[in-house]
Design a protein around this ligand. Structure first.
Ligand SMILES: C[S@@+](CC[C@H](N)C(=O)[O-])C[C@H]1O[C@@H](n2cnc3c(N)ncnc32)[C@H](O)[C@@H]1O
Length: 353
């Protein structure tokens, strides 16, 4: 039951880079180079400069340099990695490098299949995803699984949607690893609020409208809504509400009860940071009705505040251009009633814990 590198004649680090770079550099930078040449504009940044000066191979070098500028992950380490909101081009370079180095990827429901495809071909994938009220694997068992895999001497990437420390239970996993004496690292990801704001064109902290951005969960550990409505109703702030749909009527009632007007601007952004993103505009009073037309398989974030009014009626060009590039939306696992982790094992791999 070996867990050896994909390229046995190379170090794991080089093997990882080879796996990642072969596919990615060609696709990513050839696209950039083609675009730069077509526009005949002065490229920004080192890699495009090199690309226009000498062609694609030198751009590859710059990309390889950018991606390998840190020490490789040692065996027995766990990296809690933010996968961002869904589209793989919102992964960080560090996340990409670690995906290429890991022997095993432990991932959630909101990690897209496309992101998983960037892992080493022979890396084991273990799905421990959960959706509201449906925990595929209880958190304590996920913690134990991470410790177990690390003690086997494997390089583990715990891949989580968005950012690991923003409503992602990364703190609980980090604490369990620290307690077990497992070396770990946390790699930030683009959290849903930022991706949704960008895609919807909602400037979350526009200085004319908001001096505060508050990230709120609409769903506590036991499923209840537990907010300080008085604090959230204070003026000049933007609320970004994660997991807000289950308790939405109660949320709206409490905010109106604390002094926010029913006409206060509000939006729901579905699948932010992906080519399937969609913005629904309305008011605090219309949020519950708006939520009825959402697509159930897509994650959604609620944004409340005057900044919603500052969003242009037309979606930002960046979102449109991605759509026009013919990209498909990320595929997420549908919420199900699994009670065991789903392990994608490779032939000859022992998938039992
Ligand atoms: C368990 S929280 C995880 C948040 C994640 N750690 C982050 O930083 O974005 C899941 C909630 O985040 C929000 N969310 C995650 N990805 C999203 C996306 N692409 N678009 C809109 N909302 C998203 C939804 O409210 C979803 O119910």
């Amino acid at each position: 039951m070996g867990h050896g590198p994909a390229f046995p004649d190379l170090s794991p680090r080089l093997g990882a880079l080879a796996g990642c770079l072969q596919a990615l550099v060609r696709r990513a930078w050839s696209g950039v180079v083609a675009l730069q040449h077509r526009r005949d504009a002065k490229p920004a940044g080192e890699a495009p400069d090199r690309a226009s000066a000498g062609g694609e191979p030198r751009a590859d070098d710059a990309f390889a340099q950018a991606i390998k500028s840190a020490a490789p992950m040692p065996p027995g380490m766990v990296c809690l990695v933010g996968a961002g909101p869904g589209s793989v081009d919102l992964l960080t370079l560090r996340a990409l490098r670690l995906l290429g180095e890991a022997d095993v990827i432990v991932h959630d429901r909101l990690v897209s299949d496309e992101a998983l495809h960037l892992a080493r071909a022979d890396a084991e994938r273990i799905y421990v995803g959960k959706s509201r009220a449906n925990h595929c694997l209880p958190q304590a068992e996920i913690n134990a699984l991470l410790v177990h895999l690390a003690r086997q001497g494997r390089r583990v990437v715990r891949l989580k949607g968005g950012d690991p420390f923003v409503f992602g239970r990364g703190g609980e996993e980090a604490a369990a690893l620290a307690e077990a004496g497992i070396p770990y690292q946390v790699v930030p990801g683009v959290t849903a609020a930022l991706a949704c704001g960008a895609d919807a064109g909602i400037p979350l902290t526009h200085r004319d409208a908001a001096q505060m951005l508050t990230l709120v969960t609409g769903h506590t550990r036991d499923g209840r809504l537990d907010i300080d409505a008085t604090a959230l109703a204070r003026p000049n702030q933007t609320l970004a509400i994660y997991m807000g749909l289950a308790n939405l009527p109660d949320l709206v009632r409490q905010l109106i009860g604390a002094g926010l007007d029913a006409s206060h601007p509000a939006a729901i952004v579905e699948a932010g940071g992906t080519v399937a993103s969609r913005r629904l505009d309305g008011t605090l009073g219309s949020l519950t009705a708006m939520a009825r037309v959402l697509r159930t398989a897509q994650p959604a974030l609620i944004i409340i505040g005057e900044v919603v009014r500052l969003a242009p009626a037309v979606a930002p060009a960046a979102a449109l251009s991605t759509r026009y590039a013919g990209r498909r939306p990320p595929t997420w696992k549908k919420p199900g009633n699994r009670i065991k982790p789903v392990i994608t094992a490779h032939a000859g791999r022992d998938a039992t814990l």
